[in-house]
Design a protein around this ligand. Structure first.
Ligand SMILES: [Ca+2]
Length: 396
């Protein structure tokens, strides 16, 4: 090879080498920018992007849990039986507000039972405040069309004093004053319950989540009252044990009313949900209540956070309220793990006045009792129901 040819060969080899180096450098830089701008595309934190599942790499936007719930809220995971009507007999506290708002949302977004009325009683607060709170909660949910019945103002004979666990107004003592007259039904709660049981015979579900005075009066005035119901869920009492030796609040508020209920209960019509079982089975933490359920971005949750501010500030880390547990299990029976039939009653005399009795081996049980429940299902139910509300507002 001539010297001239050798020079041209060397120059050509050097040019090819420069071109290869330039191409490799450009390719490397483009990969680095791509990863920097979209770490999800290739995986950050040292993960190999080749190992990422295809949808994560291909999709322009990842689905969040919130999106999932919104998408699926339209049909609902656990729709109730169609045609059922619901009455909530309550005593106006923040826990009652949870049961009421949950039922309203479940009706709207999950094809739940239609709410026929709220009936009020004393308990967490006095009965007139329970009416004010009923109207306030219904207004919050844009459901002022739901009738409110005024019920019992005191126990049939005697009960205990309220501990104002949720504040002196029952809803967190934030200074709320009702500015408008509140329309209530012309008959009292016991008569209203009887009338509704006739109007919706076989289809009426009642959640009793306060002292049982209204229920006892309805039974006393009309012995066929319970027989006409679809189901009566009673949130009251404990299963007596070393851990629960004292009377439960709703039962102790009116032991005679509880006695009348138990004396007239039927195993196919009455479900007892003792607080002892809710406390053991369905206990979330206050941390979960505040940071997960309480973080849902909706006006209803924000209001509920305020209603519970007094009780959430009380000592203890457990969040285990009876009323929302009763409502959730009544609306979605799959949260209940185990029922036990029992001859259920209450002690009226002596030191044990207000303490409940149960005979689980009785051949003549008067009720079925919720013995255990699934806490994960319960928490998911609460989260789904209240998230459906936030979705609707966000998307409207
Ligand atoms: Ca209550």
């Amino acid at each position: 090879m001539s010297p001239t040819k050798k020079v041209f060969t060397y120059i050509g080899a050097i040019l090819i080498l420069i071109l290869l180096l330039t191409g490799w450098t450009l390719f490397f830089l483009s990969r680095r920018n791509d990863t920097k701008n979209n770490p999800e595309l290739h995986g950050d934190m040292g993960r190999n992007w080749h190992n990422q599942p295809a949808p994560l790499r291909a999709g322009p936007k990842r689905c969040t849990a919130q999106d999932y719930i919104c998408c699926h809220a339209e049909t609902g995971p656990n729709p109730s039986e169609k045609g059922l009507k619901l009455v909530i007999d309550h005593d106006g506290g923040a826990d009652d507000a949870l049961a009421i708002t949950m039922s309203i949302l479940f009706e709207k977004y999950f094809n739940g039972p239609k709410i026929a009325a709220l009936t009020t009683t004393y308990g967490n607060i006095n009965q007139s405040q329970a009416i004010v709170n009923s109207a306030r909660i219904l207004k919050l949910c844009n459901r002022s069309d739901i009738p409110i019945y005024a019920g019992a103002k005191h126990a049939l004979i005697s009960g205990i004093e309220s501990d104002f666990f949720f504040g002196f107004d029952g809803l967190g003592d934030d200074g709320y004053v009702a500015m408008e007259p509140i329309a209530i039904e012309s008959v009292n709660a016991a008569v209203g319950l009887i009338n509704l049981s006739k109007k919706y015979e076989g289809d009426l579900v009642i959640m009793a989540i306060g002292p049982l005075t209204n229920i006892a009066l309805a039974i006393t005035m009309d012995p066929d009252f319970i027989g006409r119901l679809s189901q009566l869920y009673v949130g009251a009492g404990h299963i007596y044990s070393e851990s629960f030796p004292e009377p439960e609040f709703n039962a102790a508020m009116d032991p005679e009313a509880y006695y009348i209920l138990a004396d007239n209960a039927r195993v196919d019509k009455v479900t007892i949900i003792p607080y002892s079982q809710v406390y053991v089975s369905l206990n979330a933490t206050k941390k979960w209540r505040v940071n997960v359920l309480g973080a849902i971005d909706s006006p209803i949750i924000k209001a509920l956070n305020g209603y519970e501010r007094v009780s959430l500030a009380s000592p203890g880390r457990v969040w285990s309220l009876l009323d929302p547990a009763v409502a959730a299990m009544a609306l979605d029976n799959s949260i209940i793990k185990e029922y036990r039939n029992t001859d259920n009653g209450i002690i009226l005399c002596g030191d044990k006045r207000g303490v409940n009795t149960n005979n689980f081996t009785s051949k003549n049980p008067n009720s079925r009792l919720v013995y255990t429940a699934f806490v994960k299902k319960y928490k998911k139910f609460l989260f789904d129901v209240y998230s459906a509300s936030s979705c609707s507002i966000k998307h409207s």
